[in-house]
Design a protein around this ligand. Sequence first.
Ligand code: MTE
Ligand code: MO
Length: 347
Amino acid sequence: MLIKTRSEIPSSEITPESVYHSRRQFMGNALTLGLGAAGMGGAGLSLAAAPGDGLRARAPSDMVRSAPAPWWQEKFQNIQPVERGGDFWTDEDLTPYRDVVTYNNFYEFGMNKDDPYKYSQTFKVDPWSIDIGGECDKPGVYHLEDFLKPQQLEERIYRLRCVERWSMVIPWVGFSLADLIRRVEPNSKAKYVAFETLVDPEQMPAQRSRFSIVDWPYREGLRMDEAMNPLTFLAVGLYGNYLPPQNGAPIRLVVPWKYGFKSVKSIVKIRFTEQEPPTTWNMMQPSEYGFYANVNPNVHHPRWRQDMETRLPRTLFSVSRQDTLMFNGYGDQVAHLYEGMDLARYY
Ligand SMILES: Nc1nc2c(c(=O)[nH]1)N[C@H]1C(S)=C(S)[C@@H](COP(=O)(O)O)O[C@H]1N2
Ligand SMILES: [Mo]
């Protein structure tokens, strides 16, 4: 891995939200988020003080979430900080915590960007289990606790590019999907991995709506070599703190060179398959959303061009538009996966 040494820490590496918002605004946000007195109890406060020293990014102390269960708190004491200059890092400004947790796509909780944080705050994430099966030698219903306990958590800073033409830079906490896959020993017939989100209409308001456009569960999938690529990540936290429900708690996929919709949230089921699995957006609108969904400035969505993006946050005073990069800037790590493939056909 390439390691650059630097004599100085550039200003962009200083957690930007600390200067971005005043404390007064934090308090306002915390209340809107439903993280008032109850949500910021003892566990949250001790978390703010202790773990993850050396992490590049920390949630603002007023917005720190409390642990879903005591074992989570232990797990988050020891997060390996991202390596500056490495493959899992960028020197771009981080999107402020507040924007990462209030501007979301999570259609199970509603279609508007603020629906997920408004309607997900009582979502239960512990206990949580994942049903793993299909073409693998160790199928079973695994408790997330059993999976996470032996797993070293690490921090990664990735760009996230939504097909709607906005993007963010997010410091995630989690581990490689490849680590999980190796433990369940896929066999030689496993060519794809399929993922599903929880179905629970009692907790997810859009799943009980008669007007919902999505055929639940939300489904996504990857080719096996994409799933095993070192960039492909399972996130259980962001900004050094537990993943908020609106971002896909307790565990969600992050595939930074693909459009955001591939990064399926709140995963309860994983299947190894021989055939390409059906995926939610492709099933709904195949002419607009392909299975591959690699970020590609040369292949436009029928309703919007893909060669530009807005880096969030947008403010009253500035809109930061920038060129979209092939594979979202991760070409060195992933272009070889698609050698000889016509990416206009396999979009
Ligand atoms: N289950 C589920 N996963 C999902 C979605 C969704 O609606 N449901 N939206 C996707 C889309 S379109 C994007 S851009 C990202 C957004 O992730 P974020 O809200 O954490 O930024 O989640 C993806 N994962
Ligand atoms: Mo998206």
